[in-house]
Design a binder for this molecule. Structure first.
Ligand code: PGA
Length: 279
């Protein structure tokens, strides 16, 4: 069974197929493989938020590296750490397959912006990804679609790939406004943004940190709507919101979903490794 899973995993990661197939497995119900999947990069990113000191970050990586030794090489693995851990992590991850990510970026290269960090500072450390427009930034720190757009531009100017987060609140979902909200966020956030250096994460706010995962087929549907809005159909679009080792297989079996942005379950090496080793 394990071999069958490995075979299927490598099949998924390697092949661009011309038609939609359905593979029946005894452990999983049905897994769809869709056209052009291999063109879109699979990205599993941990968002540590305000967790882990430098020492704790290094302790994590020491265990994590051995847990992902056999993870398919086509899967990109990213750790978005607090700013304080970036420098030690950069040194420690050098030469490894793990990419380093930050959790915010300012639009100016320098200046009187207390508490902010610039693209110049992040690139000097070796940061490759940055989360932009996370709902916690929008909700608690006054981030708007206009500042999200400026931060996206700054990331791209510095050669850092932004992970743009979009998503609706519970009230918006209950009102039937999900599509409208997401389309509106995309329209404003993506003005003059290069879609060839971009990752999007669909993160329904009601599913973040709540254990209340969006059903995988519903996440797939919304991500399909996001893709329709894009000029570049090959942008990798992740799902985020209570992703766990026990739901990642189902999530990644969805044809529109190209990875996961993982909060709570990214704090333990074995847990994030299981997510990176889905199927
Ligand atoms: P969660 O967080 O996995 O803890 O729900 C996801 C996120 O906020 O990116």
């Amino acid at each position: 069974m394990l071999n069958l899973h490995l075979l299927v995993a490598s099949y998924f990661d390697n092949l661009a197929l011309n038609s939609t197939l359905v593979v029946n497995l005894s452990l999983q119900s049905k897994v769809e493989i869709r056209k052009n999947q291999a063109v879109r990069k699979i990205i599993i990113a941990g968002n540590w938020k305000m967790h882990k000191t430098q020492a704790e970050s290094l302790e994590f990586v020491e265990k994590f590296k051995s847990e992902i030794e056999n993870t398919h090489e086509a899967r990109e693995i990213v750790l978005c750490t607090p700013f304080t851990s970036l420098t030690v992590m950069s040194k420690n991850l050098h030469g490894s397959r793990i990419q380093l990510g930050a959790q915010n970026i300012h639009w100016e290269d320098q200046g009187a912006y207390t508490g902010e960090i610039s693209g110049v500072m992040l690139t000097e450390i070796g940061v490759s990804y940055v989360i932009v427009g996370h709902s916690e930034r929008r909700q608690y720190f006054g981030e708007t679609d206009q500042t999200v757009n400026l931060r996206l531009k700054s990331a791209q100017k510095h050669g850092i790939i932004p992970i743009l987060c979009v998503g609706e609140t519970k009230e918006q979902r209950d009102e039937g406004a999900t599509e409208k909200i997401i389309i509106n966020q995309l329209q404003q956030d993506l003005v003059d943004i290069d879609q060839s250096n971009l990752v999007i994460a669909y993160e329904p706010i009601w599913a973040i940190g709540t254990g209340d995962t969006c059903e995988s087929y519903e996440a797939n549907r919304v991500i399909g709507i996001i893709r329709q809005q894009l000029d570049n159909k090959n942008v990798s679009i992740q799902y985020g919101g209570s992703v766990k080792p026990n739901n990642i297989d189902e999530i990644m079996a969805q044809p529109e979903i190209d990875g996961a942005l993982v909060g709570g379950a990214s704090l333990e090496p074995a847990s994030l490794a299981r997510i990176a080793n889905y199927y």
